[in-house]
Design a protein around this ligand. Structure first.
Ligand code: CP
Length: 302
């Protein structure tokens, strides 16, 4: 089967294939044309953690492809609450469906699921590990906005320690000719294993201060502090509010720059920024459906 556990499960050709399929899917959505490449197929969404965009856009994508969806959106109402293991849950759900999308609080859970399933597994976020399909949406957005990814300067600010979208994005960006500036409070710096994985292949700068990078930035990628990952709630309380992008920061960005965010946001982008021409985070979320239609059709379509 063709699972997507990590962004590194896809090579450059696969990523380009996602882009070209997503272009077609977007055209079909916008023209109202029906595509039936998943008719008679069932997608299962297993979400052991909250989600708005990922679960609903996968479900919308499957419906738009003519397929059906079964969903476990809350582990409290499933037999997980009675003590059923992830392995047993997967053994059952794979027999009810053709493709499984899973989000879980533990890093490695999607990989574990793939060991117990003969059907493809898509990692929709495993703890602080990875969120590969978000990265495909991020890359697709950059490509739509600029025509290409090569040559861009991407400044990533926020929770680089726990932020799984950043971990997958960095890995993907290391395949392109880009400059990446990593900005975070010291306690939320990029983990060593993620840094070591990309350091030879990526032109990277690291700082706690964003101001020096604003003028050279084509894409400002902002992330939320991942409250749910903190074992010490006092530490979270100390860090919340330690950075916030305002209109004054937006005005210092390179001409034509855009601001992205995987969402949800808390307070790291001021709401006034939404009305600036640089804001792209809602457009980015809009691309979730065509990109996920592309992914589903690629790995499980007729
Ligand atoms: N970007 C993202 O994964 O959003 P959700 O947590 O709402 O799915």
């Amino acid at each position: 089967n063709r699972s997507i556990i990590s962004i590194s499960d896809l090579d450059g050709e696969d990523i380009n294939e996602v882009f070209s399929r997503a272009d077609k899917m977007l055209e079909n959505i916008e023209s109202g044309k029906k595509i039936n490449v998943m008719s008679s197929k069932i997608l299962a969404t297993l979400f052991y953690e909250p989600s708005t965009r990922t679960r609903l856009s996968f479900e919308s994508a499957m419906e738009r492809l003519g397929g059906s969806v079964i969903s476990m959106a809350d582990s409290k109402t499933s037999s997980t609450s009675k003590g059923e293991t992830l392995a047993d849950t997967i053994r059952i759900v794979e027999s009810y469906s053709d493709l499984i999308v899973i989000r879980h609080p533990l890093e490695g859970a999607a990989f574990l699921a793939s060991r117990f399933s003969s059907k493809p597994i898509i990692n929709a976020g495993d703890g602080s590990g990875e969120h590969p399909t978000q990265t495909l949406i991020d890359l697709y957005t950059i490509r739509k906005e600029f025509g290409s990814i090569d040559g861009k300067t991407i400044t990533i600010i926020g929770d680089l320690k726990y932020g799984r979208t950043v971990h997958s994005l960095l890995s993907a960006l290391s395949r392109y000719n880009v400059t990446v500036n990593l900005v975070s409070p010291e306690n939320l710096a990029i983990p060593k294993h993620v840094y070591n994985d990309v350091k030879g292949r990526l032109n990277m700068n690291i700082s706690t201060d964003i101001t020096k990078y604003l003028g050279e930035t084509d894409i400002l990628y902002v992330t939320r502090i991942q409250k749910e990952r903190f074992t010490d709630k006092n530490e979270y309380a100390r860090l919340i509010g330690s950075y916030k992008i305002t209109v004054s920061d937006v005005n210092k960005l390179k001409k034509g720059a855009i601001i992205m965010h995987p969402l949800p946001r808390v307070d790291e982008i001021s709401s006034e920024v939404d009305n600036t021409p640089a804001a792209r985070y809602f457009k980015q979320a809009y691309y979730g459906v065509p990109v996920r239609m592309a992914i589903i059709s690629m790995i499980a379509g007729e």
